[in-house]
Design a protein around this ligand. Structure first.
Ligand code: HEC
Length: 128
């Protein structure tokens, strides 16, 4: 009887965890986004702030991000400064093409981020 009860509890736990995981990749980060932000921008924000992915905050100040590094320019006014979306995609994919001496990781070339993830990050940059 006791073993059965543990099994039921374990099953319920797994069910809740799975259901939770399906709702969104980054439920916490996404829930902090203002309602007007597109889902892909929310995904991009989560990727940009994720220390295991973009970790953009280690070098860039970004609105809403805590403890940023200041080695790189703050990421703001992106639409005005980079009206060409391809330029931003290029910078995030491989900034060494513009500046061979940059310390910024070539997220696309190194496969840290997929093309789709880079596109989401750029969507997020355009909200800044
Ligand atoms: C290790 C530090 C570092 C990390 C991490 C980093 N960057 Fe950069 N980034 C830089 C530096 C330094 C520059 C300045 C330009 C250069 O070095 O060529 C830069 C430039 C940029 C620019 C051009 C900004 C401008 O005003 O000219 C964009 C956009 C950018 N980074 C986006 C990102 C995004 C998005 C991420 C995360 C996915 C990221 N960076 C992660 C160091 C970094």
């Amino acid at each position: 009887m006791k073993g059965m009860r543990i099994l039921v509890i374990a099953a319920a736990f797994v069910a809740t965890t799975v259901a939770h995981g399906q709702s969104s990749a980054q439920p916490q980060a996404a829930s902090k986004m203002p309602a007007w932000v597109e889902p892909s921008a929310a995904e991009g924000r989560a990727l940009a702030f994720d220390r295991g992915k973009g970790n953009c905050l280690s070098c860039h100040e970004i609105k809403g991000g805590e403890l940023p590094g200041t080695i790189a320019p703050p990421l703001s006014d992106m639409k005005a400064r980079f009206p060409d979306r391809n330029e931003l995609v290029g910078i995030v994919t491989d900034e060494t093409r513009r500046n061979p001496q940059t310390v910024m990781p070539p997220f696309g070339r190194n496969l840290i981020l997929t093309d789709k993830e880079i596109s989401a990050v750029v969507d997020f940059l355009y909200t800044l």
